[in-house]
Design a protein around this ligand. Structure first.
Ligand SMILES: [Zn+2]
Length: 187
């Protein structure tokens, strides 16, 4: 009995006979029997050609509760726009595309935020939790969340943490941020 279309098979799985199918890619024939040559999905064409197509692992998509890493793209009056690059702990694999997430001013930190430009800067790297996976709403209202690497708004230089403020390596400018507890570079 022949294998059904779209079934996932591993090398050596019996797929059918050369009387039923012609050979496509990813299969081999032994005495009239066809076997899978690799792990993948069986595809049978209309012309009864059988092949095994490798299954490509899909990139991870952020889910509610996940922590993501992204870059600040834009600052509005009440929103921070972040392009999400990857999931925290899965930095080896970027997300499908760089997805735009948003941090509303009320989700930046506990307590009142008067001006979000004192909490984030353009091109900063941020670590944030996904609180709504569909709309990609993010929150940094936890001590370990916030800016992990900041970019000087005057010269784009790297900023070093000094206590509760950040100091530019290049121009010594001092700026404020919602700093994550594991900010990358400490003075
Ligand atoms: Zn600077």
């Amino acid at each position: 009995m022949a294998v059904e279309n779209k079934k996932i098979v591993v090398p050596g799985d019996f797929l059918g006979t050369t009387e039923e199918f012609t050979l496509g890619a990813g299969v081999y024939d032994e005495k009239g029997n066809i076997y899978a040559a690799l792990t993948g999905e069986v595809r049978v064409s209309r012309r009864r050609e059988i092949e095994v197509v490798p299954v490509v692992e899909t990139p991870p998509l952020p889910r509610e509760g996940d922590i993501v890493i992204g870059r600040v793209e834009d600052l509005k009056d009440s929103l921070v726009v972040v392009s999400i690059a990857c999931l925290w702990g899965r930095e080896d694999r970027s997300v499908a595309v760089s997805l735009p997430g948003v941090i509303h001013i009320s989700n930046i930190k506990r307590g009142f935020v008067k001006d979000l430009r004192h909490e984030f800067g353009i091109l900063d790297l941020v670590k944030a939790r996904v609180i709504d996976a569909k709309a990609l709403r993010l929150s940094t209202a936890e001590p370990e969340l916030g800016v992990i690497k900041a970019c000087c708004s005057a010269c784009r230089g790297d900023m070093l943490r000094r206590g509760n403020v950040l100091v530019c390596e290049n121009c010594n400018r001092i700026e404020l941020r919602k700093i994550a507890s594991d900010y990358m570079r400490v003075a």
